[in-house]
Design a protein around this ligand. Sequence first.
Ligand code: KIV
Length: 406
Amino acid sequence: MPLVYAVVGPKGMAMSVRTIKILDTTLRDGEQSAGVCFSPDDKLEIARMLEALRVDVIEAGFPAASTTEAAAVRGVARAIKDSSICALARAVTGDIDQAWQSIRDAVDPRIHIFLSASKQHIEHQLKSTRSKIIAQTRAALVHAGRYTDNVQFSPMDATRSDPIFLAEIVRTAIRAGARIINIPDTVGAAIPLSIERLFERLYADVPELGEVEVSFHGQNDLGLATANALAATIAGASQIETTVNGIGERAGNTALEEVVMALRIHHQNIGAITRIKSRHLYAASQLVETRSGLAVSPNKAVVGGNMFRHASGIHQDGVLKQRENYEVIDPDWIGHPRGTEVVLGKLSGRSGFESRVRSLGIQLSPQGLDVAFGRFQKHADVCQETDNDELRVICIIAEAWPGPGV
Ligand code: KIV
């Protein structure tokens, strides 16, 4: 059960806040991003970073995929001491055996079994029936239980499943030994409202859910993975699955950095936080960008390159007066090395310009400053961004040659 502690709420009243767990699947679902292939060394390095971040559970891979994958998962399981290590398995004995062999040396090993629950998948992918799926779920969990009681079950495509059948498969899994029930939004079809309703209904139909860890896994096909994860948290989830930079199958997964920072900022409203050390988030993002080869978009929430760069005059003026005027996150919170930056371009104003000139240590007379600003504006009209070298040249010439014609 999640740790609950008290914080001081908005009106000075004590309120309880749960600590929810993070299962990070950068090394498993993240590697399912088209074009990504982590070497065993990449997996180890990223796992060490996840451990430094204090991720509760690291899903290290899918050992049945190949012998290299199984060896990479084993390497992670042996090296990591402060996070639980999880391996994914289909609901078949061979996969479960391989998963266990790969993680058995971990300090806290977890087997994660998945099996589709939606009519779409049961009929058109697995060519199975509901009664066979129930029997297979039971058998797989009983088999995994021979190795460990730390077993997680995911009814795949849960958000598109018939809620009555979903309740049946979840009940079956818990009775057969699942200690963690993960609800996957496999194709990213859900919206926050539907997640809240689904959780509400599941808790009502399966009272046993109150006895286990309840998790949410969101894909980002509609751009709602983080919003859905927050909705699941509000609805009672005690574990959220994430990936660094939101990488993962198709449009990716719930981004670790987004959930962590949203909960840090809104913990009083949502009543939950994580134990993640947010000051390592930027470094983790950079590491995963390099090792995955997937460039982080400049406008990516929390860790994107433009996150703390202010380009328009009004915003520059505001942020220079007080950072909070135009930033919701303090760059230090995520360990951002450069911090708040004024970008000189077409929309920049006088205060942004002056602050950049000052930051370069350039001393200008009042007339030189006027001239330099006028020339900068002409330059900025035709240039995307004025860098420090260009700015220095503009200032030196303006001071030396303030007259017209330059
Ligand atoms: O998207 C999905 O359904 C998954 C499960 C295995 C959790 O990745």
